[in-house]
Design a protein around this ligand. Sequence first.
Ligand code: ARG
Length: 410
Amino acid sequence: MAGKKGKVVLAYSGGLDTSVAVVWLAEQGYDVVTMTADVGQKVIDLEAARNKALHSGAVKAYIFDLRKTFVENYVWPSLKANGMYQGTYPLTSALSRPLIAKTLVDIARKEGAAAVAHGCTGKGQDQVRIEVCATALNPNIEVLAPVRDWQLTREAEMEYALKHGIPVKATTASPYSIDENLWGRSIECGLLEDPWNEPPEDAYELTANPLMAPDTPDYVEITFEKGIPVALNGERMDGVKLILTLNDLAGKHGVGRVDMLEDRLVGFKSREVYECPGPITLLTAHRALETMTLDKRVLISKKELEVRFAELTYEGYWFSPLKDCINAFIDETQKYVNGTVKVRLYKGQAVVRGMKAEKAIYRHDLATYSEGDTFDHTAAVGFIKIWGLPIRTWTSTFPREDKAEQPIEA
Ligand code: ARG
């Protein structure tokens, strides 16, 4: 028998929140279609998620491996923009939400569903991102958020789940709230809520403790084409493999641990811990290669737009007019970002130790102080005369009275 309210497409992770949401939405009279996306979260068992969704009362359960799409359409654009919220957070969770929203909207269209749903609470920003992105793509779509709108507490959810025969893994539940994908792992809550507490080792999974990391460094050579990494140590590989490989290698050296107080979109500050070994390594290398291949003024303007890019992404404006314009600017700059960067991974740090580009704006013949110098030294005289002209004019009109600039007494 079809539900009287029609179909709803629910973003389904297989966890407690979304499993409860399946039952709840079905009870409200919806035919629940679930959508489970693999964006590289390690913990996910796709087949188990499908079975659990159907067992909880879904009429249909979609499972997608979206890792390639995630990397190509979300992660790489962010890398090209050196995407880091508040200069620190590589936007891990924020990048997956527009893709999840888009997939929900696409499935809703295919299934003839008027609504989509998610299991976010009312305190996070993932709700904002999913809803703003979904309605950006289809302004008529209705968005339901059972966990938020019916104000289900954790305890009420547990009770509800038990009553409806939904398996709950309470004993194995992590003391933290975790969100994971190829571009890193976000860790919140528990002990971390006191900013004085050093994050306990059990919060980490992808990275070694830098203090315990190997005593010998690893060097990795990352080759970029148009701002996108295409090879590691000369071996070409697709984006998913490249990120996974770097996550392992850099993670082993404890690279990519981020610990910050973050300004949330919803108005308060939150203690956030991230593990982003591959992303931090790639961002470090990419930024370095840009210094070798981009014009000085392009770099300056790009930096300003990078801040905007990160904010828009963080704040759920992935699909927005300003972001489209910024993307166009970024893509134009990345035409020139081709070359190879050598990075040393050692005791928690990814440090650039060398780089080369066939077409570089760094020119040895201009920079060298040795043989082969082509810089015109005689031109310096006239250049300085004109460069300093406004300053000389000013000081001869308004003599400086600064104490620090008084003549030094002999
Ligand atoms: N503070 C991060 C962000 O907003 C992490 C979010 C993690 N999400 C979660 N459901 N645990 O991007």
